[in-house]
Design a protein around this ligand. Structure first.
Ligand SMILES: *[C@@H]1O[C@H](CO)[C@@H](O)[C@H](O)[C@H]1NC(C)=O
Ligand SMILES: *[C@@H]1O[C@H](CO)[C@@H](O)[C@H](O)[C@H]1NC(C)=O
Ligand SMILES: *[C@@H]1O[C@H](CO)[C@@H](O)[C@H](O)[C@H]1NC(C)=O
Ligand SMILES: *[C@@H]1O[C@H](CO)[C@@H](O)[C@H](O)[C@H]1NC(C)=O
Ligand SMILES: *[C@@H]1O[C@H](CO)[C@@H](O)[C@H](O)[C@H]1NC(C)=O
Ligand SMILES: CC(=O)N[C@H]1CO[C@H](CO)[C@@H](O)[C@@H]1O
Length: 475
């Protein structure tokens, strides 16, 4: 089919040089067909089918019928639910434009231009750009083999960037008041930096393209864990799965329910397959719904990005970081290795986050205590055997061990930090809202208004409950 198409083209248009591009829709379609046939022969296996579930109204959204993805067959423990050849993913490494790939390699990774010109060192940003340009190049290609998926994502948006001026006011004073600026600065970085790549010289990247690429990445990129032998040295990365079926896989914030993706080289018969897998962690029956993990996002952060939230979300609201004085950026330092023993491996573990009932995240409680013991000279490696106590909040009425004094002091400081933050947030939420705006949103029928108002109410309840709980603790 592929060959025939080229032959046909040559007959019709003699001046056309032999190139990758087809020029006709039929040819593009056959190119896509060939590509997917090849991906199938390389082991593509999705094992999911759509099913409609009735969803009750929640979080400002009305009741609706939601199309979910469920298993089309039983999957046993340890077996792959999905197996996707790496060539079917959109990443900068698998990018189908060799010229762009070379330029990106030079610009982002070899010459480290981002660090030098913009003082940006975060790996997140480097990966954001490498993905964004790969996406934009693919979307511009009229023969893209991902045409169905590109069509399905053509209207992708970031929720916070769609808000009207009036709606933006509802974000003020919340934990996501910076979301608009954060998202637009990412979008602008994509837009501005593009001019440095000769690939985009002739036809500069437009603001519309940059917005679309950001939205697709923010909403549809999924975390993939590196190959087994690289897990120690490489962080998980965001990849794009340009398969229409995967767009309907629902998100679930509970990492026990939503199964992560991982890169593997597997042997099938004699052949090596370079694939991304989702592996069942228990026996799973046909018909069970499959979920993907949205990343570490609170309900407010989910709304800022996706425009919806969850009934239960293990990632609490908040984000205020209390970085320990003894923290080092060097993962190999002795101090960091000590924190690792308590699973306080990243600064995320020192963020104050609260459930709607006002309960602080367990990791914060544990990690803050450890950092206090270290800072105040009370640290002992024997604390490793007291994980249960380290995690416990509110603290017991009375500590009985001989080091009760240091624990009591640590907890007093911990509770002070919590109370200060929750009072500060509560006050800020009050100060940034006036009676008219509240009235306007409380009764609004507009779906976006309702989601925003739901978010603000959840934040208010969270910090109110936190203050109440914190005040009850006697130390
Ligand atoms: C969902 O679908 C069912 C069956 O088709 C229908 O009875 C129900 O009204 C639908 N619910 C909503 C909220 O659209
Ligand atoms: C680069 O950023 C770091 C931290 O973000 C900052 O400490 C440093 O001063 C910046 N350097 C320049 C040259 O702006
Ligand atoms: C995107 O929006 C346009 C204009 O509203 C609409 O015609 C089109 O069907 C939308 N595409 C998808 C995939 O929803
Ligand atoms: C630390 O994290 C690992 C992996 O997530 C987990 O198996 C272990 O139980 C955790 N330990 C503590 C003390 O939370
Ligand atoms: C963190 O909370 C404190 C109040 O406890 C506040 O003064 C500070 O500005 C907050 N920091 C951020 C980044 O929100
Ligand atoms: C490293 C580099 O070339 N940076 C340039 C990229 O493009 C922007 C906008 O055109 C310039 O301001 C940077 O200097």
């Amino acid at each position: 089919m592929f060959r025939l198409c080229y032959a046909l083209l040559a007959l019709l248009c003699h001046c056309e040089p032999v190139s990758d591009s087809c020029g006709t829709e039929a040819c593009a379609a056959s190119k896509a067909k060939d590509f997917w046939a090849k991906i199938k022969s390389e082991g593509l296996q999705l094992n999911i089918r759509p099913k409609v579930f009735e969803e009750k109204s929640f979080g400002g959204l009305p009741a609706r019928n939601r199309t979910a993805m469920v298993l089309s067959d039983d999957v046993f423990y340890g077996r792959a639910i999905m197996k996707i050849p790496r060539q079917a993913l959109l990443t900068y490494e698998t990018g189908r434009k060799p010229k762009l790939k070379d330029q990106l390699t030079r610009f982002l990774f070899e010459e480290k231009k981002l660090q030098k010109s913009f003082n940006i060192t975060s790996e997140d940003y480097i990966h954001l750009l490498s993905l964004a340009y790969t996406l934009i190049a693919e979307r511009r290609d009229s023969d893209s083999v991902f045409v169905d998926w590109l069509k399905a994502t053509e209207n992708a948006t970031v929720f916070a960037l769609q808000l009207t001026h009036r709606q933006q006011r509802v974000l003020r004073g919340t934990t996501v008041e910076g979301a608009i600026e954060e998202m637009s600065s990412r979008r602008d970085l994509i837009w501005q930096t593009a001019s440095n790549l000769t690939f985009f010289k002739k036809k500069p990247v437009s603001m519309e393209e940059a917005s679309w690429a950001l939205a697709v990445i923010m909403r549809h990129a999924r975390v993939v864990h590196p190959y087994q032998d690289q897990r120690e040295t490489r962080d998980p990365r965001m990849y794009i799965f340009p398969l229409v079926e995967l767009l309907q896989v629902a998100l679930n914030p509970n990492p026990v329910v939503s199964i992560g993706f991982q890169e593997e080289i597997i042997i099938d018969g004699k052949r090596e397959e370079d694939v991304v897998l989702q592996i069942a962690r228990r026996d799973m029956p046909k018909g069970e719904e499959i979920f993907a993990w949205p990343g570490r996002l609170s309900n407010s952060e989910m709304i800022a990005r996706h425009g919806f939230s969850f009934r239960e979300n293990p990632v609490g609201i908040g984000r205020n970081l209390s970085q320990p004085p003894s923290w080092s950026d060097n993962k190999e330092s002795k101090g960091r290795k000590e924190y690792d023993l308590y699973n306080c491996s990243s600064l995320d573990d020192f963020e104050m986050r609260f459930s709607e009932r006002g309960v602080p995240a367990r990791s914060f409680i544990r990690c803050y205590r450890i950092s206090w013991f270290i800072s105040n000279g009370w640290y002992s490696p024997a604390l490793k055997n007291r994980m249960r106590e380290l995690n416990k909040w509110p603290p017991p009425e009375k500590y009985t061990k001989s080091d009760w004094l240091s624990w009591t002091q640590a907890d007093a400081e911990l509770n002070r930090v919590i109370l200060e933050y929750c009072q500060y947030m509560r006050q800020q939420l009050k100060d940034t809202m006036d009676a008219n705006t509240a009235e306007d949103f409380r009764h609004s029928k507009d779906p976006t208004d309702r989601v925003l108002w739901h978010m603000r109410s959840e934040e208010s309840r969270t910090f109110k409950n936190c203050v109440a709980m914190s005040k009850k603790i006697q130390l």
